[in-house]
Design a protein around this ligand. Sequence first.
Ligand code: NOJ
Ligand code: MG
Length: 579
Amino acid sequence: MNTPTTRTRDGADTEWWREAVIYQIYPRSFADSDGDGIGDLPGIIARLDHLVALGVDALWLSPFYPSPQADAGYDVADYRDVEPIFGRLADADRLITEAHDRGLRVVVDLVPNHTSSAHAWFVEALAAAPGSPARDRYVFRDGRGPDGAEPPNSWRSVFGGPAWTRTDNPDGTPGQWYLHLFDAGQPDLNWDNPQVRDEFVDILRFWLDRGVDGFRVDVAHGLVKQADLADWHYPEETTSGDHVEQPRPPMWDQDGVHEIYRQWRAVLDAYPGEQILVAEAWVQPAERLAAYVRPDEMHQAFNFEYLEAAWSAEAQRTVIERSLAAASAVGAPTTWVLSNHDVLRHATRLALPVGTPRPNGIGTDDPQPDTALGLRRARAATLLMLALPGSAYLYQGEELGLPEHTTLPDEVRQDPTWRRTGHTQRGRDGCRVPIPWEADSPSYGFGPTDASWLPQPPVWAEYALDRQVDVPGSTYEMYRTALRLRHELGLGGGELRWMESPDDVLAFRIGSGAGAEADSGAGSDSDSDSGAREVIVVTNLSAGPVALPPGTELVHASGPLTATGQVPTDVTAWARQRR
Ligand code: NOJ
Ligand code: MG
């Protein structure tokens, strides 16, 4: 199983990442310092104390690099600078220092599958001749058909439409095509080209030298393509990367990606301290995903199978067991995640009928989810997640119980998915709306003015942080207590043991064992005997209330218990053995 984490006060943590809670900041939408309606790095710095109060260990920043913003910054034009709307390089340095001063680690986003079409390399490639070294850094091919007017193969973009765009020759005649698994503004790099490999090693070092604690690796399963770029006839699998039954798609999860991550791991390991690589890889089943976190590759991979699991006891239990088994087979920590900037926020997703496939956005003319039900389940899911061993990822705003914005006017949508799918999939804007800090301030305290790059719905006021701080039972206070207990009791380093439970109820013990001893210097002086450090978690997914196991007392819960002390439907309770 996992090596226990040891944590010292002088910052010389070892394997801090194994049980870390990492908070995702989406810079556009976190906090705006200059009133232009777009969040920025100075805004983040000014709000860092929120993360300290919340009790997370690290933050992960979505891209803040120079970019035309064709895909909200996942189209990087320069990997070694800061986009002016977000600030300057000096702000990034200050953010790293200020976070470290507060004991927070900083993970940045690395986007190696593609650059922006505004990147100097791509500009050079377009100006260069077919077959030139400049074009070889990308995936240029002649088209099919008599005039080369058909795309080179059948691949589809994840955002809809063909994965190829035709270029014009300098004389204006139609030229070669280039591959983009995402937007046309995101040309795929050719990872067989040694210059591409060298460049990314250098980019890693650039940010390591500035003091970052790790990299979240975008589309980690996509860098290497099957050499023959063979046609692919399962369109739905082209775009998700999840492929349980079908043969492996030629654009996803090719074995060749692992060599790249072994090289990167060696680069990181040569630095003092512990910096991590986190794979964003939409790969199933869990055993194939585990290959990304073998001991000489990445440290963690996002567990999207968990995020996608239905809200039923059977589905939850199965995914938890499978995830733990697959990660522990390679000695890696499991990760858990319920929300991020690409999916419907879980406070809304869980309101959909159980088993509904995850929709890509919700709009005004769709059935509107039941917010109260969604929040109730989201809180139960979160309290379940935060008891699980391993590392957990939170997405900004979920600690406020924020739902998806499900009534955004279509004309303000910016996700390229909406346009590229011919207005059939609304895309991800609804989870990217700037978050509310103060109920009675302009833009709910997001910035000093009313400006907000996506409009905030009027209901945001009731979710604002200042309406929740010190309010017993608020979602924010629920998160804060859970994170404090998780840390004090060493739950992230604990071992999970299932308990007998009624149908449709999950029950397990989570105790910190060896990890507890190692952690005991970190500040909890009560609760030193092992029974008190063990939590009994009960999540009730059945139709009626259930009793807590005999001899236990409540420690924390995602919602009120019944008058007789039972755990109601869609509530998670943490209990401990009565002493
Ligand atoms: C995954 C990122 O999370 C998403 O936001 C982005 O659109 C794609 N990768 C392409 O970079
Ligand atoms: Mg701004």
